[in-house]
Design a protein around this ligand. Structure first.
Ligand code: BDP
Length: 698
């Protein structure tokens, strides 16, 4: 099946001049060194050349006359080769690479070199991307290194093989057959990740099961770690804080108890016996009912540092999540992580990194950036994005997430004055941190096409590319991905690229325009549920977030309300706090706004809101019409799949629009403006829809 190959389709290059150029330059692959990684790299080149340029390129360990593509890390370079790449090699880090056209005896050659062999693997994938996207490969001088050191997928996979918030089938980890059966998928998974520079994977759900830390499972984890190792991917696990009780027979998990500390030290030692390069722990503690240090009157620092001390002797790290909110202080959930974590700035061990979601609530179609970014300069913070589309139409809706990711990464926190972007916080450059990282909650499952929607693969791809370089432009990412995954024909690439870029704003418009958020239906978070008000905790209810009443709509987080705006640097706070200056895309996030309020385009808030919902529906219609036009460039199967999925998306965009507008209309008491289609169903109908078996909600 075509989809299974992801962005590594290696379709034959259509342009015959390019084929000739590529054939002339790639005559012989030379490897110096014999690690598994270098062998994988050479094999990948051979396979790719065969399909891209229809050529069997031999492999040897000696350079022939000319047109060799030489793979060797720094320590294996001959003095002659080293001489030609010395300055470039100084500019890369341990995972970086250099791709340079050099001369040997006056004959041009391509040298791919690095500090470590993993750089060679990243280098060949970069090189192949040039061919896949039909770029020139003469006179190359590419120097590239990842900007962050932990580029990691978070699998929310359970041991029973279900996936929390997974919409692409079940888990790809077959715990039952591990450790003896190594599914080809594990290798394909590692290869795909290596091709975009992902170097870590957390195998199991943040809502953790302590059993993963028992010998029976560690054997299985070890088998996966062995499979991933040559691809540069380290394995990490979630640590259930109460594991010492559940699997250790202790009667406490108090982080200050010496017994507990010793238990974790022994556990770490045991894990490293199985997996000598184990990456470390990801921890969700005292959040949504998960156990944590607060159960014992201790705090996040006590908990994180205890685990960090246990794992430090072996070089592991602790990724401690800041996704916390408590029911006892529900006046504004958006403020809680900041209040809880900022006092601990600078108090965590060196091998702890705090993992923060992009926004302060929960992976919404749009959120202003999380106020913790910029507020903890003495603590390394890593980004947590969600690649799986929990609140964005699952794997049914086409939404290109790198556009969303880029919006957050570019946001200016002003923490050290203008230019203090989140990208600079994440890559450690702003506050001078060595430990840096980006996590993405994976959208991968057992579906034949990995991600459930052909275009959802672009979100995995784009996440990896942005983790490598948080400054990349999402437009470039979309273009690369389209060329590699479908076709290099500009008549295809340009319109579909535009469609992808637009898709993010489309979902915002038909679900939660103008700063609305968390109005999805209970539990599954799929369709609209702005009316929901019956859940036990106030901040689980959509009505808590939109606060619609006859005076208006929106959550007042300004100084007249919860004052969440004060958690941002003064320059940012000033803007968000002032209804006239607040970007309209975030208006109802920060302000309770009257229905008659005049928007910048002169429309009243009610009319503007209704028109945004309609615009979202129109955008999906235009995505459909783009897709219909590019039919000649896409294979039938993928064309049909996307066509059907866009039809669903169109239907559901209308569902969102009609359900939300009918509901909010009860408060505004106003008619729909012209240009907005009339709903064909009643509010009662929309309220009556139930989805007891929606996927991912387990
Ligand atoms: C929310 C999900 C929930 C996760 C939680 C988390 O609804 O399933 O467990 O986030 O990130 O988005 O811990």
């Amino acid at each position: 099946q075509t989809d299974y190959k992801l962005w590594l389709q290696y379709n034959k290059v259509a342009n015959s001049e390019k084929i000739t150029e590529y054939q002339a330059i790639n005559k012989n692959i030379v490897t110096i060194g014999n690690s598994e990684t270098i062998q994988i790299a050479a094999k990948e080149l051979q396979n790719a050349f065969k399909s891209l340029i229809n050529k069997t390129v031999p492999l040897s360990n000696k350079t022939a006359e000319s047109a060799n593509i030489i793979l060797a890390n720094e320590s294996n370079l001959s003095p002659e080769l080293l001489n030609q790449t010395k300055t470039e090699l100084q500019k890369i880090n341990n995972e970086g690479f250099v791709i340079k056209t050099i001369q040997l005896k006056n004959k041009p050659q391509i040298l791919i070199t690095s500090k470590k062999d993993i750089g060679l693997l990243y280098g060949i994938f970069h090189y192949l991307r040039l061919l896949q996207t039909n770029q020139s490969i003469s006179n190359l001088n590419i120097i590239d290194s990842p900007n962050t050191n932990v580029r990691i997928l978070n699998h929310w996979d359970n041991l029973n093989e279900s996936v929390e918030r997974g919409y692409a089938g079940s888990s790809i980890w077959n715990w039952q057959k591990l450790p003896d059966f190594i599914d080809q998928r594990y290798i394909d998974y590692a290869r795909a990740n290596a091709s975009i520079g992902i170097n870590g994977t957390v195998l199991n759900n943040v809502n953790a099961n302590a059993l993963i830390l028992t010998p029976q499972y560690l054997e299985k984890v070890k088998a996966l770690a062995n499979t991933f190792r040559p691809y540069g991917i380290k394995v990490y696990l979630t640590a259930r804080f109460s594991a010492p009780i559940e699997i250790g027979k202790l009667n406490t998990a108090d982080p200050l108890s010496s017994e507990v500390q010793q238990w974790w030290k022994d556990k770490a030692k045991e894990i490293y016996k199985y997996i000598p390069d184990f990456g470390g722990f990801l921890v969700k503690a005292n959040s949504e009912g998960q156990p944590g240090p607060q159960n014992y009157g201790r705090n996040h620092v006590d908990g994180a540092n205890m685990l960090a001390d246990a794992i430090a002797p072996f070089g592991g790290i602790v990724m401690w999540r800041a996704f916390v909110y408590s029911e006892h202080d529900a006046d504004d959930r958006a403020k809680q992580a900041y209040s809880e974590f900022v006092p601990y700035d600078g108090k965590f061990r060196d091998n702890v990194i705090v993992q923060v979601k992009n926004g302060a609530i929960d992976f919404q179609p749009r959120e202003p950036f999380h106020p913790l970014f910029g507020a903890m300069p003495k603590t390394p913070l890593m980004m947590e994005f969600q690649i799986t589309q929990e609140y964005l139409g699952f794997s049914t809706h086409l939404v290109f997430l790198p556009k969303l990711f880029q919006e957050t990464l570019e946001a200016d926190t002003f923490s050290k004055g203008k230019g203090s972007s989140i990208a600079k916080i994440i890559d450690g450059s702003l506050d001078n941190h060595q430990l840096t990282g980006i996590a993405g909650v994976a959208n991968i499952g057992s579906d034949l096409n990995w991600c459930g929607h052909p275009f959802a693969q672009a979100n995995w791809y784009g996440f990896g590319r942005l983790a490598w370089n948080p400054n990349l432009d999402s437009k470039t990412i979309a273009e690369e991905w389209l060329r590699m995954t479908f076709s290099n024909d500009e008549k295809f690439v340009l319109p579909v690229q535009e469609m992808m870029i637009e898709s993010r704003e489309a979902v915002v418009n038909y679900m939660t325009p103008l700063g609305l958020h968390h109005i999805m239906d209970t539990g599954h978070h799929y369709g609209p549920g702005p009316w929901v008000s019956n859940l036990s905790r106030p901040e689980w209810n959509p009505v808590y977030y939109h606060k619609a009443d006859k005076n208006g709509i929106g959550f007042d987080r300004s100084s007249t309300g919860s004052n969440a705006t004060a958690q941002y640097a003064p320059e940012v706070a000033k803007e968000f706090n002032d209804i006239a200056k607040c970007p309209e895309k975030d208006l109802l996030w920060f302000h309770h706004v009257s229905w008659d309020y005049k928007l910048k385009n002169g429309a009243t808030l009610w009319n503007g809101l209704a028109l945004k919902y309609q615009e979202g529906v129109n955008q999906v219609a235009s995505m459909q019409s783009t897709w219909n036009k590019i039919k000649p460039y896409v294979d039938e199967q993928r064309f049909n799949e996307v066509e059907m999925l866009l039809n669903i998306q169109q239907k559901e965009a209308k569902w969102w629009r009609d359900a939300c507008l009918l509901y909010f209309q009860q408060f505004s008491g106003k008619d729909l403006p012209s240009g907005v289609e009339k709903p064909t169903q009643t509010l009662e109908y929309f309220k009556s829809l139930k989805f007891p078996f929606a996927p991912g909600n387990n």
